[in-house]
Write a protein that binds this ligand. Structure first.
Ligand code: PLP
Length: 399
């Protein structure tokens, strides 16, 4: 690509696209494996992965083949007719997720959250009457940008400019059972938890907290919803981040990596909740469309393979050790290591945006979560060499 084309692309963005995101002054043209290349041919090691989307990196031949094969047959159909891919994907998701029996497909994380809120309220109304409508969410939560999703998102900057948001939400402190207990009452229809918080700073839920939350939900006839939109599909080294806790939710939202970069979302639910939802209660034009569903089935088959997940755990342990070494080297700057698997946060003394900027100048892309947390969510196919490469640049950026 000519340099002028890159300049024109940046100009067009700045002139015509709504400026809700700050972007650097280069244009990414293509990706290969875990690297991205800009129009000048510069190579970047990608520890952002489209914000935890590109789990299989770039140019995975199975994804490319799935796209072309399905595009040849059928891209979109509508939910008025049966197609093969949605059923196939639903069966795989349910078979791999103990305790959850059905799936509703949609197109993004926020849309999955909206659906989960509606299903929880619908279920509560059907069984306990119209007063049981409250959702309890947590400090540090992030569930998306639509009106229901911002209502259950704690940070004021996402909510306040759009007031009034959906009523009927209370917040408890994350990992604080007493705080959750204080918010529980007969009006609560659901408790919504990210097993590992993404945008909110990469904190992980204690297994004991999830287990107690399950018990409290049962005590108050409330549903337990896990938001695994960022943490799910292998990111933490198990298929679902909540798995090691042994807790089974009533609903679970998924999205980001599922369709290899094509938009998709989903809500898994128990048969008990599904029984409260009637035909016509909810819908979406593109949900479960054959292209996204077929590609998602391909991605999910690869990631749910025990050997693939074992490799994720292996490289995660290497990343753990490398981050611990980094902390030992910079004890005054690296204040806390958070998250697990390949969903890691580094809380630092100072500006996370500044470290991200320096790393970017050294051709390593990392994300941030809030003002003081660096977020590492690389493709799940990284190797220990890629970890070394990223840590070396972080070392320079923190010096
Ligand atoms: C945990 C979590 N929930 C919901 C969302 C919203 O997803 P989307 O941006 O696809 O609407 C995100 C996105 O970052 C997320 O990390």
């Amino acid at each position: 690509m000519e340099a002028q084309e890159a300049t024109a692309a940046i100009q067009a963005d700045r002139e015509y696209v709504l400026q809700t995101y700050a972007k650097p002054d280069f244009v990414i043209e293509r990706g290969e494996g875990v690297y991205l290349y800009d129009t000048e041919g510069r190579r970047y090691l990608d520890f952002v992965a489209g914000i935890a989307v590109n789990a299989l990196g770039y140019g995975d031949p199975d994804i490319t083949r799935a796209i072309t094969d399905q595009a040849d047959k059928l891209i979109h159909l509508s939910n008025l007719y049966h197609s093969i891919p949605a059923g196939e994907l639903a069966r795989m998701l349910v078979e791999q997720t103990p305790g959850l029996d059905r799936v509703f497909f949609c197109n993004s994380g926020a849309e999955a959250i909206e659906g989960a809120i509606k299903f929880a309220r619908r279920h509560a109304r059907a069984h306990f009457g119209p007063e049981k409508t409250t959702i309890v969410a947590f400090d540090g939560s992030f569930h998306g940008r639509t009106m229901g999703a911002v209502a259950v998102t704690a940070r004021e900057k996402y909510r306040e400019p759009f007031m009034p948001v959906m009523p009927g939400v209370r917040f408890a402190r994350y990992n604080d059972l007493e705080s959750l207990r204080e918010q529980m009452c007969t009006d609560v229809c659901a408790v919504l938890i990210e097993p590992v918080q993404g945008e909110g700073g990469l904190r992980s839920a204690d297994p004991a907290f999830l287990q107690s939350a399950r018990k409290l939900c049962d005590e108050f006839n409330a549903l337990l919803i896990f938001d695994e939109i960022q943490s799910g599909v292998g990111r933490t080294g198990t298929l679902w981040a909540h798995e090691p806790s042994g807790v089974r939710p009533d609903l679970m939202t998924i999205a980001k990596p599922l369709a290899g970069g094509l938009p998709i979302g989903g809500i898994l639910l128990t048969q008990n909740v599904a029984d409260s939802i009637q035909a016509g209660d909810h819908g979406t034009t593109f949900g479960g469309n054959p292209l996204a569903a077929h590609v998602a089935a391909t991605v999910f088959r690869k990631i749910s393979d025990p050997a693939f997940l074992a490799r994720v755990r292996e490289v995660s342990s290497y990343l753990d050790e490398s981050l611990a070494d980094l902390q030992a080297e910079f004890p005054d700057t690296v204040l806390e290591l958070r998250g697990c698997g390949l969903m890691r946060g580094i809380r630092i003394a100072g500006s996370a945006a500044r470290v991200r900027e320096i790393a970017q100048q050294q051709h390593v892309l990392i994300a941030t979560a809030g003002d003081d947390v660096l977020r590492l969510v690389p493709p799940l196919i990284i190797t220990s060499q890629h970890v070394d490469e990223a840590i070396e640049v972080l070392r320079k950026a923190l010096s």
